[in-house]
Design a protein around this ligand. Structure first.
Ligand code: AMP
Ligand code: MG
Length: 421
């Protein structure tokens, strides 16, 4: 008979929960909990930067008719007459009733349909106009010259855009071109953000003793906006169990992802961690990682809703966002490239290694030989948000006993383009 009370946490379960995990293992756990967001049909004009939910096949040929690529004269290529009589003018958007035969031509504009009988267009620069006829100063007019045949840009049935594509300028233009309107895109992830901590005040308020301003909420909301989310709530709460419980209960019912910052370390008032652990309907999947910064990241679920309890330090919360939340959002939306690109870079100075995988804010540039080189952005304390400003990468520093030295190669997770010059 055990004398442990029945409502006490199972020590084996707690031990497993507190096991330090490599970030990759954490990613695998998160992946297994992700539900693909449903598709919704929206007007094409509202679709820039949204994620295509299904493959798009061309419903028709493009161009839909043989079109001139030049302003000039539509001719029959084999015709060797020195001059042609002009029998009409073919502008874009209209079709005139004319047939080009030997000795005749139709003046034609770029994008206009090639008239019957014609099989080449002579550019206007190679002609000379004389009253009602034109002199062609080009020998050897090739059949097909300056004509875009039907379907030469896109063939009916071709896969033009595949599911998971982000609708940027070229993609949205192509969809418009193909007549796709409305378009089926992934619903935006619904995400709420709560900064927790008795010390937090709003920017714009005066600081009392021991107070600091909430910055995490602003950083996280900026990141969520860039990643295409609908932010359903953003606010802050003090370290009070009832308020935090009510917030989680409400947001987990409607959101796809709930993000909190603060309250997950080892302190007495680290209530987020305690509430997640105590709530019978919330499952905590991990809460300690071999990661620097970001060791106490909590990941939990209730039904399909995911909850990330981020550490409070501003850099820790942004790094854990980058490493875990951004790929999660992208996977939910069905994107294919869910991770930031990683490239090998050469260190420009020595770097101390730690016992955890460390993500250092880095500055990656192209040196005179065209190689990617990197330096960190100075002191790497997880409170020092200033050292994130201007960083275009996170340098991935694997754990080891000896330091990395200048000239060593490490991976850089690129947040932006490398600097040049
Ligand atoms: P915690 O994870 O709650 O122990 O907080 C760790 C550190 O991050 C403390 O110095 C907090 O004051 C700070 N911190 C927590 N939340 C925020 C926030 N929203 N904005 C800026 N700093 C924060
Ligand atoms: Mg706190």
């Amino acid at each position: 008979m055990s004398n442990i009370p029945s409502n006490a946490p199972d020590p084996n379960a707690t031990r497993e929960l507190d096991r330090m995990r490599p970030p990759q293992e954490a990613r695998t756990i998160i992946d297994s909990k992700i539900t693909r967001l449903p598709a919704e049909s929206i007007p094409l004009a509202a679709a820039p930067w949204r994620i295509l939910a299904a493959d798009l096949m061309a419903p028709e040929d493009h161009p839909p008719f043989a079109a001139s690529t030049m302003d000039g004269y539509a001719v029959f290529a084999d015709d060797s007459s020195p001059w042609r009589e002009i029998i009409g003018e073919q502008n874009a958007g209209h079709v005139i009733d004319a047939e080009v035969t030997d000795g005749y031509t139709v003046r034609i504009m770029t994008g206009a349909p090639v008239p019957r009988g014609a099989n080449a267009v002579v550019p206007v620069e190679a002609t000379e106009l004389a009253e009602d006829h034109v002199v062609i100063h080009q020998e050897d007019v090739q059949p097909g010259a300056n004509i875009r045949p039907v379907g030469s840009d896109v063939r009916k049935g071709d896969l033009v855009l595949s599911a998971g594509t982000i609708l940027g300028p070229a993609e949205i233009g192509l969809a418009a071109n193909m007549g796709i309107n409305p378009v089926s895109v992934s619903r935006r992830p619904r995400v709420s953000v709560l900064s927790t901590g008795d010390e937090l005040v709003e920017p714009g308020q005066l600081l009392g003793p021991g107070q600091i301003r909430d910055s995490n909420r602003f950083s996280l909301c900026a990141a969520l906006q860039a990643d295409g989310c609908e932010i359903t709530f953003a606010g802050q709460a003090p370290d009070r169990r009832d308020e935090l419980e009510a917030f989680l209960d409400q947001r987990l019912a409607t959101d796809d992802i709930v993000i909190t910052s603060g309250g997950v370390s080892m302190g007495e008032l680290d209530l987020v961690k305690a509430i997640l652990f105590d709530s019978p309907d919330i499952q905590v999947h991990f809460r300690r990682l071999y990661l620097k910064p970001g060791k106490p990241l909590n990941f939990a679920t209730r039904g399909d809703a995911l909850l990330f309890g981020l550490p409070g330090n501003p850099v820790s919360s942004l790094v854990t966002y980058e490493v875990f939340i951004r790929p999660t959002l992208r996977q939910m939306m069905g994107m294919r490239d869910i991770d930031r690109p990683r490239v090998p870079v050469m260190l420009q100075h020595d770097v101390q290694a730690s016992d955890r995988i460390e993500f250092q804010r880095g500055i990656v540039s192209v040196n005179v030989e065209g190689r990617l080189v990197a330096r960190n952005s100075g002191k790497q304390q997880s409170s020092r948000l200033a050292s994130f400003v201007g960083a275009n990468a996170l340098l991935v520093i694997p754990p080891r006993e000896s330091p990395y030295v200048a000239g060593d190669t490490v991976q850089a997770m690129m947040l932006g383009a490398p600097f040049t010059g």
